[in-house]
Structure formats: C-alpha cells, structure tokens
Design a protein around this ligand. Structure first.
Ligand SMILES: Nc1ncnc2c1ncn2[C@@H]1O[C@H](COP(=O)(O)OP(=O)(O)OP(=O)(O)O)[C@@H](O)[C@H]1O
Length: 243
C-alpha cells in the first residue's frame, strides 16, 4: 500500500436526475498512486461518479477536487486520462486517424506523437490493425482502442469506466499488467467494475449500491470485517446491513 497524499477528494456529493437521486452524500479520499476500484451492480451510480471526476458532469450539490482543483476544470485535461463506458470513437476513420486526432487535442506533435501512438497500440495489442476503419473493429477492439487513446498523453491519473468489458481473459490479464506497470511508475488509477476478480486486483475498493458508498477498504479488510471468503460475499453483508 501507498502512503501518500490525497489526489481526489469527493465531498458530500449528491446527484439528481429529475427526482431520481443517483448519488447520495458520497465522501471519499483517493491517494496518489492508488489503484482504487468502484464496485457495484448496474445502476449503482459508478459511471455518474467517475464522469464527474473526469469533468464531464457536475454534482447537484457537493464538490469534487482533483489535485486540489475543483472539478470540472479544463486545467486538468492534460493530467487525466478518461475512458468512458461507451466508446467515443470516430467509426468512419481508421484507428490511426482517431489516435492522431486525440493526440493533437492533447498537444502531442511530430516524433513524440508517432512514438506514443506506436507504444499505446502495442500495449493494447492492436499494432496490426492500425490502419483499419474503426467501423470494422469488434467491440473488444474498440474498447482497447479507447484505452489506448486514454493513455496517449501519459496522464498522471487514469479514470477507467469498465475498461475490460467485452475483452477476453487473456487480453484482460495483459491489460491489467499494463495498469500495474503504469501504477508502479506513479499513475493513480480509478476503475469501475462489476467483475469480482478485478476488484481483488485493486489496492482499495469502494462498494456502491443505490447511489451510496456502503463500504471502503482494502479487499482484505472488507473480507475480514465481514467474515467473508470473497468480495462478493462481503458486498452482500454490507448491502444487507444497510437495507
Ligand atoms: N443522464 C441521465 N439522465 C437520467 N438518468 C440517468 C442519467 N445517467 C444515469 N442515470 C441513471 O442513474 C443511475 C446510475 O447510473 P450509472 O450509469 O451511474 O450506474 P452504474 O453503476 O455506472 O451502472 P452500470 O454498471 O450499468 O454502468 C441509473 O439509474 C441511471 O438510469
């Protein structure tokens, strides 16, 4: 575990869509260098929360701070890599053209731009498909391309919304290896998932249900505290305790 300063601070965050309260008084500190997982069933509010962290939405009340800046702010665009749940790709362009477009948005130029494109495509195992149109990519390939784009500018913080959905177990492992490598170099990673074995790979987890953070801790602590053998079981205990 890392013992560093907080780089994300979520303070009394609420979010309403009409009358539907999707986030209810979320409070959370995430430390620099952590791999932090948000785990919860569909509709728990994970995507809504990470979208706010990425600066794409705002809370109804409460505040999100990243690197001591109140979100949303354009200032942090260079320092954050965000991978949305729905791929934001230009289908009618090739992967290479997509990468060039996003690299330019991040201010990458010339040799550096080419190097980064090569590197990120190797990382997601798509080097052989660089010139293919995205419309001819499979769902899993699109996910991997989205991940490559999020990594282009070597951000200090990665916010990943279900990054491995639709990706086979072998590639999933290699993608997680890449996360560990980046994390070792200091990248903070926030990842949403509902896959239990992915949850085990995180330094700490936040368990979410119905817009509430029902527990936060290391996978081990969450299991111990509930006398559970698995995170899944721990989740049920915490869930049951609050209902
Ligand atoms: N723009 C929106 N307008 C209205 N309701 C929304 C909007 N975005 C999300 N919601 C609702 O907010 C709730 C939480 O959705 P969210 O996508 O954050 O959940 P999630 O935990 O990420 O689920 P999943 O794993 O399925 O993505 C859901 O009930 C969803 O229907």
């Amino acid at each position: 575990m890392h013992n560093r300063k907080s780089c994300i601070s979520i303070q009394h965050v609420y979010k309403k869509f009409g009358k539907h309260e999707v986030l209810k008084d979320i409070n959370l500190e995430i430390e620099e260098g952590e791999i932090f997982g948000l785990l919860g069933p569909s509709g728990a509010g994970k995507s809504t929360l990470v979208k706010e962290l990425a600066g794409l939405d705002v809370p109804t009340s409460g505040e999100n701070y990243i690197f001591d800046e109140k979100m949303p702010t354009l200032k942090l665009m260079q320092r954050i890599g965000y991978m949305a749940q729905a791929d934001a790709l230009y289908e009618e362009l090739s992967a290479n053209e997509n990468l060039h477009f996003f690299a330019s948005l991040y201010g990458l130029k010339g040799k550096k731009k080419k190097e980064r494109i090569k590197k990120v495509m190797q990382l997601v195992d798509l080097s052989d498909h660089l010139n293919k149109l995205v419309s001819n990519y499979s769902g899993g390939m699109k996910r991997r391309l989205s991940l490559a784009i999020a990594l282009l500018h070597e951000p200090e913080m990665l916010i990943l919304d279900e990054p491995t959905v639709g990706i086979d177990p072998v590639l999933r492992k290699s993608i997680w290896d890449a996360f560990y490598d980046l994390n070792k170099k200091g990248t903070t990673i926030i990842v949403t998932t509902h896959v239990m074995d992915e949850a085990e790979k995180c330094d700490r987890l936040g368990l979410m249900r119905d817009g509430t953070l029902i527990a936060v801790g290391t996978p081990e602590a969450l299991r111990k505290e509930t006398n559970s053998e698995s995170i899944e079981q721990a989740f049920l205990v915490y869930g049951g305790a609050t209902s």
